[in-house]
Design a protein around this ligand. Structure first.
Ligand SMILES: CC(C)(COP(=O)(O)OP(=O)(O)OC[C@H]1O[C@@H](n2cnc3c(N)ncnc32)[C@H](O)[C@@H]1OP(=O)(O)O)[C@@H](O)C(=O)NCCC(=O)NCCS
Length: 156
């Protein structure tokens, strides 16, 4: 199961490598990165005919301070502008809500305007400028208790 996920992520990273500046492979070994994500991150992915076409991966391994970190979000070129990545991030946010996380962080390079617009449209804010880009954060609203949800459902 994990081996197959590692392989899928590695293939996806290779196919999107040149969409990052500098390419991901110039920063890290893609096989090692794929294995790290498959083993340690919550991975949300879209598939077309069994092929991974979009994904996001989030490290949720800091439950004590309730901060999650999105390490990757991307779609294959022919699957962009289909709202795949924004849909995956929305699903990830709901998952983090259920796990009582408070903040989702990510880093974005200067000049990545497409991704910046996407993150802004989802409610992320720049919290820090760094030499290579920005640290952005989204505050994750707490889910109402189950009893309140039932109340809401009855009256709407
Ligand atoms: C950035 C990226 C992840 C967006 O993925 P996507 O699946 O196309 O995004 P969505 O379809 O969910 O788009 C949602 C919003 O993102 C923005 N957006 C996405 N592609 C865009 C483009 N080509 N031009 C302008 N805005 C764009 C828009 O705000 C869009 O909303 P709209 O369709 O109402 O205009 C994708 O282009 C990609 O994989 N890029 C290469 C890898 C990368 O840069 N990842 C981010 C690293 S921080």
């Amino acid at each position: 199961m994990t081996t197959s996920l590692i392989h899928q992520i590695k293939t996806f990273l290779e196919e999107t490598d040149n969409d990052f500046t500098p390419p991901g492979s110039a920063r890290t070994d893609l096989a090692v990165y794929a294995e790290k994500m498959a083993r340690n991150a919550a991975v949300f992915a879209s598939y077309d005919a069994g092929k991974m076409v979009a994904m996001t991966a989030i490290y949720c391994n800091d439950p004590s301070c309730r901060i999650a970190y999105m390490t990757l979000a991307a779609a294959l070129p022919e699957y962009r502008r289909l709202r795949l990545v924004s849909g995956l991030i929305q699903t990830a946010i709901e998952y983090l809500q259920r796990r009582r996380f408070k903040i989702l962080q990510l880093r974005i390079d200067h000049g990545n305007d497409r991704a910046f617009r996407l993150y802004r449209s989802l409610g992320f804010w720049v919290v820090q400028e760094e030499p290579q880009g920005y640290l952005m954060e989204l505050t994750i609203a707490a889910q109402p208790p189950v009893s309140d949800q039932a109340h809401y459902a009855r009256h709407c």
